[in-house]
Design a protein around this ligand. Sequence first.
Ligand SMILES: Nc1c(NC[C@H](O)[C@H](O)[C@H](O)CO)[nH]c(=O)[nH]c1=O
Ligand SMILES: CC(=O)[C@@H](O)COP(=O)(O)O
Length: 158
Amino acid sequence: MAGQGADLTVERVDGATILVVEARYHSHINDMLIEGALRVIEEAGAKAELVTVPGALEIPPAIARAEAAGGFDAYVALGCVIRGETTHYELVSEESCRGLMDLGVRGRLAIGNGILTTENEQQAVVRADPKDQNKGGGAAAAAIALLALTRRLSGAPK
Ligand SMILES: Nc1c(NC[C@H](O)[C@H](O)[C@H](O)CO)[nH]c(=O)[nH]c1=O
Ligand SMILES: CC(=O)[C@@H](O)COP(=O)(O)O
């Protein structure tokens, strides 16, 4: 179904630097997720940096390491997990999500989760396409919303 998804109206977060961590596992899907995310980050007045990891399981550890190395204002996780024949799908989708939630709640990082978990490639394309569900843009908008909230709560000028 087209037109579903997050509201992509974002507050401006001028001067922010946002790390986009993308897993190359399904590279053509990820190219679309990246396109959508970078556009939203630019529209919010922020700068993006991009790093690539092999698969969705490496995204939370990569964010943890980036934070330990000095940190970014917010993070966007982009990847795609497509169901195969074994239980691997459940492990990769649940553990990558759990890792991000851990970093977001316990680590208090502003993270947008754009890791697709789908039954097949067709579902992934519809969700990744910036002209369709644009989940990459949605994940960037979520990270920016959390960053804007952080700034507001800490009394920082907008
Ligand atoms: N099957 C998918 C994976 N699997 C790879 C893991 O994420 C990981 O890279 C590997 O287990 C080595 O630690 N990753 C995806 O992003 N998407 C998949 O569909
Ligand atoms: C994440 C996956 O499900 C996948 O690519 C692995 O497929 P399989 O379960 O057939 O090994």
